[in-house]
Write a new protein. Structure first.
Length: 567
């Protein structure tokens, strides 16, 4: 009698995929999968998705196709069957200063949605997300939170710094020298020479910009294996790290360890501490709020401030410091930061990570390079408090975020120069309209108004390039790049387009930013603000169809992480 080919017992770790692959009723699905190249033995094992955002629009994710092969090798070696798929990515650095920048934050939602859809649609038992540029990391984290199946993220690594006349350069230098070129401080030929060497190969932006801020968050929050994210993109050890990630996810699948077990309130507080200690990007606030909303973990924007206040900056990182992310790896890795924070009880060492170790155990395994200067001791930090603060006031009743790293200023008062779009402001800066003492205000660039809450690196870099960064402040309901530094206030809530007080501000009104008091106010009486808003009408929407219009209709305020919610 012929053996029944459908009688084999399913692997217990196939908690989801058994419904896709097992039994004679699933012959049609198996026929389709066999056309791809999978065998009966492959389909009898747990199915693990391997998500990438490989794309040729940037260097940030460029090595993911190669790394995916090593992840898949690790999954197979540990008894699973990997299934690779990809999703989108939008480069902040390439789209910056154009209407394309409106698509960047929107891509975070699409990345999360698409990873969720493919994983749910094909009943994967586990998931590895290879992540690189800014929005791919929070997008993948949000997907893992929604799915709550065993999984992890692996950062494909930072780019190496470029070299110009013997010094390290990054994309930040290019944007700042655009401003210098605009006012004649350097020649177009000098700028072209810089742009040609600033980004030497694959990997995400090298300073403690948003990508490396999110990479640190991933390790501190526990969704990345300890020590693997910091390995640079093109370092020989990155391929081994990818294979190790494949083996680790299979251990998670076997033990059924899910993100909800790892992403505790304490893990979120550890992640916020990492943003503070590394002098990280304001975008870390936005993305952690979004992730918390996906999980239902209680976390409010004001709670960031207490952690930022008590946590010193101990990593001397660009955009305001001396070093880039490759230097962190050479110094000993992110666990150097963990070790120092643990010494003062500034993080919870008992939180779990995907590789089975606690945060404290990661710190115990650190190997510090003798003489390294990248990470300071907790007794002698680079700065006494974290590089961000949360402000409120009559200009931002629901809060905003100020970046402090890179300057010592805690107070600014001056007349507002108000612009209703980023291009209008950039033109004004180039025309010399912005003067020392001004508070430059860019509005209608929030999640709804832009739509998409674009970053303002073109503006901030131009201000730096023109030598104004020490004498002006910038306020916006949009976002800042992680490469931004200076006295910059973003994420103003409520945003102008929804009738926030920033919509009532007029050129010439005096604005006071007092970091010590955590205040941002316009010197306009409340009755006058109310009267102005009664006469105010929002401008016509910039888009009325397509993905940006859909986003504008569903997005929540920046103080809620700018996530999308069903109506």
């Amino acid at each position: 009698m012929t053996e029944n080919p459908y009688a084999r017992t399913s692997d217990p770790a196939k908690r989801y995929s058994a419904a896709l692959t097992d039994g004679y009723e699933r012959a049609g699905a198996r026929a389709m999968l066999k056309a791809v190249g999978f065998t009966d033995d492959d389909l009898a094992r747990p199915l693990v998705g391997v998500a990438t955002e490989w794309i040729e629009t940037m260097p940030c994710n460029l090595n993911q196709r190669e790394l995916a092969q090593h992840v898949k090798k690790g999954i197979r070696a540990a008894g699973g069957t990997p299934i690779e798929f990809n999703t989108v990515s939008v480069s902040d650095g390439v789209s910056m200063g154009t209407t394309g920048m409106r698509c960047s934050l929107v891509s975070r939602e699409l990345i999360a949605d698409s990873i969720e859809l493919v994983t749910r649609g094909h009943l994967f038992d586990g998931l590895v997300c290879l992540v690189g540029c800014d929005k791919t990391m929070p997008g993948a984290m949000m997907a893992l939170a929604r799915l709550d199946i065993p999984g992890l993220c692996l950062y494909n690594g930072t780019i190496a710094p470029g070299k110009l006349d013997g010094r390290d350069v990054t994309i930040q230098d290019v944007y700042e020298q655009i401003g210098a070129c605009a006012v004649g401080k350097i020649t177009p030929a000098e700028l072209h020479r810089l742009e040609s060497v600033a980004c030497p190969g694959a990997g995400a932006c090298g300073g403690q910009f948003t990508a490396n801020t999110m990479s640190a968050i991933l390790e501190f929050i526990g969704l990345s294996p300890g020590g693997l994210n910091a390995i640079p993109a093109l370092h020989p050890a990155k391929e081994q790290a990818a294979e190790q990630a494949g083996r680790i996810v299979m251990d998670l699948v076997r033990k059924d360890i899910r993100p909800s077990r790892i992403l505790t309130r304490a893990a979120f507080e550890n992640a916020i501490a990492s943003v503070a200690a590394m002098g990280g990007s304001t975008n870390g606030v936005l993305h952690l709020l979004a992730l918390a909303r996906e999980l239902g973990v209680p976390l409010e924007i004001d709670e960031f401030d207490a952690i930022l206040e008590r946590t010193p900056v101990i990593a001397d990182m660009k955009p305001w410091g001396r070093f880039v992310a490759t230097d962190v790896y050479e110094a000993g890795g992110l666990s150097l930061v963990t070790r120092e924070l643990l010494r003062k009880g500034l993080v919870d060492g008992d939180t779990l990570t995907v590789d089975g170790r606690t945060l404290a155990e990661l710190a115990e395994d650190v190997r510090e390079t003798p003489g390294q200067q990248v990470v300071a001791t907790i007794e002698k930090p680079v700065k006494p408090r974290g590089g961000l603060a949360i402000l409120h006031g009559n200009l931002a009743p629901e809060g905003c975020v100020i970046k402090l790293a890179g300057h010592g200023r805690m107070h600014h008062e001056g007349p507002a120069k108000v612009y209703d779009s980023e291009p209008d402001c950039f033109a004004a800066v180039k025309a010399g309209e912005v003067e020392p003492g001004d508070v430059v205000v860019i509005r209608y660039e929030g999640p709804v108004g832009a739509p998409g809450m674009p970053e303002m690196l073109q503006i901030t870099a131009a201000i730096v390039g023109e030598g104004l960064s020490d004498s002006v402040a910038l306020v916006t309901d949009g976002r800042f790049s992680g490469a931004t530094y200076g006295f910059m206030v973003g994420h103003v809530c409520p945003e102008a387009y929804t009738g926030g007080p920033i919509a009532a501000l007029r050129t010439g009104d005096r604005v006071t930013i007092d970091v010590g008091a955590r205040r941002i106010d316009m010197d306009v009486p409340g009755t006058e603000i109310e009267a102005r808003l009664r006469d105010w009408l929002p401008p016509p929407p910039r888009v009325t169809a397509g993905v940006l219009a859909k986003y504008a209709s569903l997005v929540q305020p920046a103080s809620e992480g700018a996530i999308t919610r069903p109506v």
